[in-house]
Design a protein around this ligand. Sequence first.
Ligand SMILES: [Mg+2]
Length: 260
Amino acid sequence: MNSPEGGWVAPPASLDGSWALFLDVDGTLLDIADEPQAVRVPDRLRPDLHALALHLGGAMALVSGRTISELDRIFEPLLLPAAGQHGAEIRLDPLGSIRSGHVDPVLPRLAPEVRALAAVWPNVEVEEKGAAIAVHFRRQPEAEVPLTRALRSLAEGVGGAVELLEGKMVRELRDRRHTKGTAIGIFMASPPFIGRRPIFIGDDVTDRDGFAAAEAAGGIAMSVGVNPALGRAPAFTDAEAVRAWLSSLTKGEAMESTAA
Ligand SMILES: [Mg+2]
C-alpha cells in the first residue's frame, strides 16, 4: 500500500494494533511559533497522545529535530518513545535511557564559524544541539538567502560528513548518517514496533527520509500543509487537522472497532 510520490493518502478512520505511528512535532503536532521555545501544547493533545499510545500498545513515537530532553519538557508530564535531533538520539522505551549515535567530530568544530556568520543578524539564533547546529531565522527572514549560501559552503568545505538541512525558517548542519528514516528503521526493528505497518506524518523537507522509510516498510507517509518542496499532496491542511484526526482516533467507535 505504498503511496505514489505526489499522491494523496486519506488518513485511516481507525488504527488497530497492526499499526505503528511516528509523528513529527513542529508543524505537525504543534503550530509553529515565532521562537522554537514558544510552542504551545493545546489542552487536548497530551491526553489524546496518551490514549493513542496505550491503544497502540506503545507503538507510537515522536520523531523530531529537537532534542529528546526538549520534547520531554514540551510534553511534560507525558513521556513517549522518541527520536531527537533528526534521528541522532533515540529512546525506544519512554522510561529508558537516550541512545546517542556517533557524531562526526568535524561538526562541533564548525560551531564558532556558524556563530560568527550568524552574528551579522541580531535576530538570528544559533542552537548547538550536539548532533546538529541549528540556525533559526524566523524573526529575521531576510537572512535566509545569504545565510543558506554561507552555511552550504561551510558544509561543502568539510567534505561529505556534514549535510545542510533546509527546514522552515531554520537551517541545520548535521551528521548525514542520522536521519528520521534511520530512526524509524531502528524503532521498526524493536518491540513493540516490530512487525507493524508504520505511519509517518511530517510537514517539512527534513521529514522526507521519514516518508521514504515508512513507505519502504510497507506503511503510509502523510504530509501536512502545502509544501512544494515535499513534492506530495498534503493529507492534512495543518497541525490542527492532524490533532483533530488523532483525537478522532481516540473516540468511541474508532477505539472499539480496533480493540485487540
Ligand atoms: Mg516539522
